[in-house]
Design a protein around this ligand. Structure first.
Ligand code: NDP
Ligand code: GDP
Length: 326
């Protein structure tokens, strides 16, 4: 029997990779997008799957809309990847971040409860919820301490996911994913900002790269591997929450050093520290302990930090070179 999945946030990095994975497993995939004057399907095009995903308009701000989409598509699984996902913007737009990233998840859960409580639900939770970390490394048992409106909104959605599981028996899982990157990562996130800058510097289009907190450390993994964990969570006999991480941490400075080196450049010649890019409160150190996922899901990361940086730099060099061709 063909399974049907609905992915919110289909235009985002993870939406594209997850859609590709589910299509490869024979799923019928509905991709939910929010209406805008220009629909951005670049990532689906990049992966060559645009024609295989059925697109449905859905906005996380509108419960009635979500209910009708579930009635129409009748999914077996819903992956809620949509969010206002950028921490820095959440300080400027805390209310809309709460509406989309926090309440948005609850609207989907309410719609599932109303339309068909048998629908399995995946919530895209985040290591940002650990914030000012209370233990190193962070596991499912580590207490949360969110440090941004984004993290607080994600934490609300996380606990509501747990609550709907415990209150209504919904098969609801929360994947606490540490940062995961790729050539499809949004340009505003630090990794992609760096690899894009490396390519532009190499082609003479940019002279410097302004960054904020260089000492912040993140546990960076490769996104295509992380969406596999999302799917695995919904295939288990019981719903549960899982940390997904590499277990290695590196600073922004190290990422920049490695990325510029991949293109034969010295990062110190280009990177400028700009205090204006620092956040009102930052998360200084994240490093995850994914042993539960390894044991129960059989999931483990395969791409090393160096390989990840190289994949991203090479993709950006190729893209910028193509743009420079007359
Ligand atoms: P992206 O920012 O690339 O994608 C976010 C998606 O949400 C986009 O498709 C966006 O649509 C959509 N969206 C935003 N607002 C709404 C709305 N009101 N209604 C419907 N759709 C909306 O994020 P990623 O793919 O990187 O991440 C996927 C999820 O995982 C997010 O929830 C993120 O917070 C979470 N996460 C990501 C991590 C990472 O390292 N990547 C780590 C941990 C958690 P549009 O294109 O129109 O803006
Ligand atoms: P986040 O972990 O979801 O906030 O992912 P980001 O990629 O946005 O940020 C990771 C870390 O890089 C944070 O600690 C930021 O403060 C730090 N950082 C330093 N300079 C920059 C910058 O110019 N842009 C971004 N996005 N982050 C930066």
């Amino acid at each position: 029997m063909t399974k049907t999945a609905l992915i919110t946030g289909i235009t985002g990095q993870d939406g594209a990779y997850l859609a590709r994975l589910l299509l490869s497993k024979g799923y019928k995939v509905y991709g939910a997008f929010r209406r805008s004057s220009v629909l951005n399907l670049e990532r689906l095009d990049y992966l060559g799957i645009r024609d295989y995903v059925e697109l449905v308009p859905l906005d996380l701000l509108d419960t009635g809309n979500i209910i009708r989409v579930l009635q129409k598509t009748q999914p077996d699984e819903v992956y809620n990847l949509a969010a206002q996902s950028f921490v820095a913007v959440s300080f400027e737009q805390p209310v809309v971040t709460g509406e989309i990233t926090g309440l948005g998840a609850v609207r989907v859960l309410e719609a599932i409860r109303t339309v068909n409580p048998k629908i399995k639900f995946y919530q895209a939770s985040s290591s940002e919820m650990f914030g000012k970390v209370q233990a190193v490394p962070q596991s499912e048992k580590t207490p949360f301490y969110p440090r941004s409106p984004y993290a607080a909104a994600k934490l609300y959605a996380h606990w509501m996911t747990v609550n709907y599981r415990e209150s209504y028996g919904i098969f609801a899982c929360s994947g606490i994913l540490f940062n995961h990157e790729s050539e499809l990562r949004g340009l505003e996130f630090v990794t992609r900002k760096i690899t894009d800058a490396v390519a532009r510097v190499k082609h003479g289009l940019q002279k410097e790269l302004r960054l904020g907190n260089l000492e912040a450390k993140r546990d960076w993994g490769y996104a295509p591997e992380y969406v596999e964990a999302m799917w695995l969570m919904l295939q288990q006999p019981e719903p549960d929450d899982y940390v997904i991480a590499t277990g290695e941490t590196h600073s922004v400075r190290e990422f920049a050093e490695e990325a510029f080196a991949c293109a034969g450049l010295d990062w110190r010649d280009y990177v400028v520290e700009d205090p204006a890019l620092k956040r009102p409160a930052d998360v200084e150190l994240l490093v995850g302990d994914a042993s539960k996922a390894r044991q129960k899901l059989g999931w483990r990361p395969r791409t090393t930090f160096k390989e990840l940086v190289r994949i991203m730099v090479e993709a950006d060099l190729k893209r910028v070179a193509a743009q420079c061709r007359p």
